[in-house]
Ligand binder design. Sequence first.
Ligand code: PLP
Length: 388
Amino acid sequence: MKKIYMDYAATTPVDEEVLKEMLPYFKEKYGNASSLHSFGREAFDAIEKAREQVAKIINSTPDEIIFTSGGTESDNLAIKGIAYKNKDKRKKEGPHIITCSIEHPAVLETCKHLEKQGFDVEFISVDKYGLVDPGDLEKAISKNTFLVTIMFANNEIGTIQPIEEIGKIAEQHDILFHTDAVQAVGKEHIDVNKLNIDLLSISSHKIYGPKGVGALFVRKGVKPEPVLHGGGHEKGLRSSTYNTPGIVGLGKACELGLKRMEKDREHMKKLRDTLIKNILTIEESYLNGHKTKRLVNNAHFRFTAIEGESLNLMLDDKGIAASTGSACSSTKLQPSHVLLGIGLKPEETHGSLRLTLGRYNTMDEIEYVSEVLPDIVKNLRNMSPLWH
Ligand code: PLP
């Protein structure tokens, strides 16, 4: 049976060229980048090259890139780091962070943790497409607001936020702006200067790099407190011996991502649009998220009277790997906070399906899924007491 992977928002395979670049750093070039001898220098040089490669994909400078263990750590470092820096305001009238209701748990849970420590957090809501209204952001700002953290693009429904407008508002009010760009890097053109972004999170395994490595862009002059204390790596911001193969892989993934951006975008968009057109011919099927302000690889559907888990299992039986919601929460059987956040009723959230595409999907695969899915939906509905 053919195996078809359509869960690229959960993770991506490592690109062949990325793997080739990484391999020597496991065995022959195994030095610790902090060592002064030739082994160390070899690793150090490779890490500095990766720093340049990562910087380029977001138009920052290499000295603004901090390597981390992934998107989750980058989000934690950005938000906690800036919050701890502003802790003194806590003694006055509640230092204030603004985020939105449909962020990834790496941001939401970090903000909730800070709330318990006395920080004020405002979770602004989104419209039915998942969009933040810049007017709502403006209204939420108080004199104690020191950080706005709004994701670049949503990991479940693919909605892309008005980042340029948010950046402008943050700048006008002299507030730092962090964005979780884990799903957007490599798919959207990102220029941290044009967009007034001060901190930006990247994860390698969403862009054909290895798992367990990521980066945080920290604008020059912005000084978060470290979250991990130790040997003082990464200008004291993130201690721990360098994961050289991982960092080299992330660097190469960024280089390729930038080089292939137009080609990849065009390819995924063509596949996505065909998939959406085909699937929406199914009776009582709906697209979640915004029609145009969405990631080029994201198709997120909702089917009346369907259980997302059963749908996924039946697709898996046909060799198709999809997701019911977000990669990180699909093991929890609670309604997705993102789908609730865009105003769906709990029973509506259950019949959802996320298909996320990538560099290696083909039009044949789209045709196959478009053929198989309507029958699965029909069969499940025939068994459902909820279907009229
Ligand atoms: N932020 C977003 C938007 C994500 O989609 C993910 C992963 O699914 C993360 C953060 C976490 O990244 P990592 O798996 O590298 O910790």
